[in-house]
Every structure is written in structure tokens, then in C-alpha cells.
Design a protein around this ligand. Structure first.
Ligand code: NAD
Length: 262
């Protein structure tokens, strides 16, 4: 199937590694021109590597998505470089794990800035251009937690729910402009974030990271954690021309982990 992504411009936030990087690679593999951001200067080399691997034009910009001024500057830089942004993928690191009483008020504020405000600010910056061109794709990386909260991840469980409410409402507002808004829900997927969660989990339970992985694998019907490219394939499809009538959805890539009917 030709996804119709050749020449489209995608901006994938928080893409130096993990799920963001895998999405950037998947879009580049389909011929999209791809901009990526992350906090460290290494993002320029990441962009160059993606460009070399897939033979497309890429652009890297240093930005902390939890800082509103960085978001505005990054979107301005990408727009100046490519002329427009057709596809926005909002993404960021995950908030720290731990039970309610382990998090200070400041930790809650930071989680909101990192995983909610970043989505709102990125969207605010790209939306006018998408509306003008009457075409756009907004994809938010959230979590399986929006359908089945994950024990010990109260910050993530709470803030992703807010993103889901935002996206569901925005989808209706922008549908008349040919813009779709969907959420991608990663299940347990092999990235540095998952290694960190396994470490934290092991420490809390007095076991090992290997035992944490084994316990997760037992909960997953597929019997294994996912790979970033398996998650990224969904992003490429939902970003595509082919997904023009799919909006306001939260779609999981979780090996069957969520136990709900829909
Ligand atoms: P990761 O930690 O492996 O990678 C995170 C990426 O975000 C890195 O490129 C990092 O440089 C970048 N980043 C972090 N904070 C940033 C900031 N403030 N500004 C700009 N860039 C920033 O994480 P991942 O596994 O790829 O997860 C991506 C998102 O998906 C996270 O929000 C995570 O909580 C969520 N998620 C992951 C899983 C999983 O199993 N991997 C499951 C559910 C949800």
C-alpha cells in the first residue's frame, strides 16, 4: 500500500531515541521529510543518520518540549527549514514512577508541563498552518494507561487522561479542515524508558529488572514486550493519506495487554 507520505513534512518531538526515533524512522522510510527535536545537541546527528538511512531530507533542532519558548522556537525553525509542517507527533519522556505519596507538588507540575502542556503548545504552534492548507495529522504518544491504568504510574495515568480529553475535543474542532487527531498508546515496548521502569520496579519490590520484565511478559498475551518499530508502524499509517477518515481514536500497540472489549 502506498501511504502517500512522500514529500510530506513531519515534526516528531522527543525523537533522539526510543519510540519518537522509531516513528521518525518509519515516516522517513515512507519518504516523508522529517524534523526531530530533543534536549541534547546530539539530535542534529540523529537527524543526519535518519536522512542518510532513508535518503530523505531531515532536520534536527534542540528543544525541551516542556519549555513553551523552546516549542515555539523549534516549530518556527522547522517551518523556516521545510516551509510547513503537515504531520505533528507529540512525544516526550515519561514522568517518574512511584505511588501518590512519593510525588511532591513540584513533581506534579513538572509532569503536567512535560506530558500535557507540551502537547497543547506543540499543537497551538502547528495548527494555524495545517488549517490554512486544509490538511494535517496530529498524533499524540500517550500510553495504554488511558484504557487501563498501570499500577505505580500515577503521574502518567493522570496526565495522559488529560491529553486524551484534549485530543478528543480538538479532533471535532479541526475535522472540517481535513486535520485528524489520534492518540498512539504504547504498551510495554523495549526502550530506555522501559529499562528504567524495570529498574525502579525491581528496587521497589526487592527483585531484579529481569524479574520485572518476566512479570510484564506474563501479563501480555503475546508473551513478549513490543519493539519500537512495531509501534512506529501504526504512526506511519495514521499519519498517512490512507487514514483520512480515522480521527479521535486512541489505538494501542500492546500485544493484547489491555483487557477491555474496545
Ligand atoms: P525514552 O525515555 O526511551 O525516550 C524519550 C525520548 O524523549 C528521548 O529521545 C529523550 O531525549 C526525549 N525527551 C525526554 N524529555 C524531553 C523533553 N523535555 N524535551 C524534548 N525531548 C525529550 O522513552 P520512550 O519509551 O521512547 O517513551 C516515549 C513516551 O511514551 C514517554 O512519554 C513514555 O512514558 C511513553 N510510554 C512508553 C512506553 C514504553 O514501554 N516504552 C509505554 C507507555 C508509554
Amino acid at each position: 500500500m502506498d501511504l502517500g507520505l512522500k514529500g510530506r513534512v513531519a515534526f516528531v518531538a522527543a525523537a533522539s531515541r526510543g519510540l519518537g526515533r522509531a516513528i521518525a524512522e518509519a515516516l522517513a522510510a515512507e519518504g516523508a521529510r522529517v524534523a526531530v527535536c530533543a534536549r541534547g545537541a546530539g539530535i542534529t546527528e540523529v537527524a543526519a543518520e535518519i536522512g542518510r538511512s532513508h535518503g530523505v531530507e531531515t532536520f534536527g533542532v534542540v528543544a525541551d518540549v516542556s519549555v513553551p519558548a523552546d516549542v515555539e522556537r523549534a516549530v518556527r525553525a522547522v517551518t523556516a527549514h521545510f516551509g510547513s509542517i503537515d504531520i505533528l507527533v507529540t512525544n516526550a519522556g515519561g514522568p517518574p514512577p512511584g505511588p501518590f505519596e512519593s510525588h511532591t507538588a513540584d513533581a506534579w507540575r513538572r509532569a503536567v508541563e512535560l506530558n500535557l502542556d507540551s502537547v497543547v503548545n506543540l499543537t497551538r504552534a502547528v495548527l494555524p498552518g495545517m488549517k490554512e492548507r486544509r490538511w494535517g495529522r496530529i498524533l499524540n504518544v500517550t500510553s495504554i494507561a488511558v484504557k487501563q491504568p498501570v499500577d505505580g504510574l500515577i503521574l502518567s495515568n493522570s496526565v495522559r487522561a488529560a491529553v486524551t480529553g484534549f485530543a478528543r475535543t480538538l479532533a471535532n474542532e479541526v475535522a472540517p479542515f481535513g486535520i485528524t487527531v489520534n492518540n498512539l498508546l504504547p504498551g510495554y515496548t523495549r526502550t530506555e524508558r522501559l529499562e528504567q521502569l524495570a529498574g525502579a520496579n525491581a528496587k521497589a519490590k526487592g527483585t531484579t529488572p529481569e524479574a520485572a520484565f518476566a512479570a510484564w511478559e506474563q501479563q501480555i498475551p503475546m508473551g513478549r514486550v513490543g519493539e519500537p518499530h512495531e509501534f512506529a508502524a501504526l504512526a506511519a499509517f495514521l499519519a498517512s493519506e490512507r487514514a483520512s477518515y480515522i480521527t479521535a481514536q486512541s489505538v494501542a500497540v500492546d500485544g493484547g495487554w489491555i483487557r477491555s472489549l474496545v
